[in-house]
Ligand binder design. Sequence first.
Ligand code: NCD
Length: 358
Amino acid sequence: MKKLSTISWQDFKVLPLVEKGAYFQGEPPHTLIAQQFSRGQLESLCTLATKIKRINKRRDGANFLKTLLSDKRAMLYFAQPSSRTYLSFNAACQILGLDTMDVRDSKTSSEVKGESPEDTVRTFSSYVDMIIMRHPAGGFAERVAWMLAHTNREIPVINAGSGADQHPTQALLDIYTLERSFEDAGGIDGKSVAFVGDLKRGRTVRSLSWLLTLYNDVKIHFVAPEPLQIGSDVLALLDAAGTEYEVTQDFASVMPLADAIYMTRIQDEWDVEGESRAIDTSTFRIGAEHMDTIKPDCAIMHPLPRREEICTQIDNDPRAVYWRQMRNGMWIRAALILSTFGRQDEAHRYYDEYKPEE
Ligand code: NCD
């Protein structure tokens, strides 16, 4: 096992992503990048998420779950806008009886007094047993985990979205949603997944496309206007993993082939001077008129929030799984938090004993 406490920041920050991942598996485990996961870990998290969901359905089960982390506290540090990710983490903590505190705006923390972001996070670590954080700076969550590993209070860090580069827990809930959508169709192996929209700056796509390399014979279609196309760094990772992909602007040709279509919004908060306004995105959307072309059992996904890329008319089509996808986030995040504290076996034992129904 590789230890963050034994490597310098200079040496660590230049490591390839897959090598970095090995440093996050220690004690405590951190969740920072998609590249740290194995397929086995994804499968265990999905299984645990489903068990938590079923246990939680009954009052005695819900009461049991609330004892699992009743001795722990977590800090939700969200220095970037968030609705779903914040709420689902908060709900996941509540399910497990884990108390939370939050800072949702750096203006309300001592950063305005000139405190460094590192000191701010180190301060949080004095009061809590886990930090769940979203930050506009790519790589900052890694820096925090590294920094805490060099103090006498290394607590687990979960990356709830960093810059335009990583959103590992969104990728987990996306995998959970795909697993459940393809439950009766042989799972994710062999499926064709289309990513559509702003693939250049969409961190959810960057994290999820890596997780798909852990499955066999998956084909990825990256569908975007040229200036918003997926980064060459992601393609290099897919090449190294031997995952097949296509890069195209032609959504109409991909629609009838895809087993899952993952839509994304234009991430114009990263524009320097409104440059995305000049990009024609009109063909990178799904409207009611496309539903006959899309496969009858396709999973239409979206990390949300959406704009016009999915028309609301299709919201009640059984293929539109984005609302379910959002709720899945709560269960998989509960599974992740419980596993981070190493207490998953208690949930497994309860499940085996009481066998809650579906
Ligand atoms: C995404 C994000 O923050 O990256 N939202 C989310 O976490 N569900 C996607 C987005 O903002 O477009």
